[in-house]
Design a protein around this ligand. Sequence first.
Ligand code: C5P
Length: 238
Amino acid sequence: MTTAAVVPAAGRGERLGPGTPKALRDLGGLPILVHAVRALVSARSVDLVVVAAPPDDGGVDEVRLLLADHVPMANVVIVPGGSSRQQSVALALDHLPITVDVVLVHDAARPLVPVELIDAVTSAVRAGAGAVIPVLPVYDTVKEIDPGGRVVRTIDRSVLRAVQTPQGFDRELLVEAHRKAAAEGIDDLTDDAGLVERIGHTVVVVPGHEEAFKVTRPFDLVIAEAVLARRRSAGVMA
Ligand code: C5P
């Protein structure tokens, strides 16, 4: 029985500003996606990494070229993604070998995820949880506002958690959750655990890691560069 990690990287997202797509932005000399795939390949618990590439002409070759120089490709498969993140994950699931019984889904935009977190999520699924998400406390006060920008209420943050990836699943459960969502015409949910919640299955949490943060805004890249520099000076391969 084996574990596969799916990386939806088929978007051409521009939230970091104009220029290169987010997953291809440079972080310490390598594209963000390369860091993410390298972390997954290095994790002891992961046997196969499936990357969903942009489905347009040349997308798969582009991603293969990008990865091949920096990642051992023996256990990496690149497939064309879909028109939403959810569809890209579903298409990657279609490509999994029959032996795969645990699936992780990891954001390409979380390049510095520690291997320990990847292995912890896999272990929790293997220990019997059907769906596992890494979470961190929410440190800021969180308020609900109305469309006019006025505060409606303050939310009790002690019951809130910020969710990271990789999220881990029993393969059959995740496939079923995607199948049901698609059958109901839902095709743009960005949270795989959310799809599992929709079909009434319990989702279990494990402690997340601050270095598994998502690189979304330009400021996040500054932090990512600092984390990478600290790892390199500590002699950790990155
Ligand atoms: O654009 P956004 O930040 O919401 O994308 C989240 C993740 O989903 C990115 O890693 C992106 O590459 C991926 N994605 C995908 N297929 C799409 C759209 C987005 O794999 N069609």
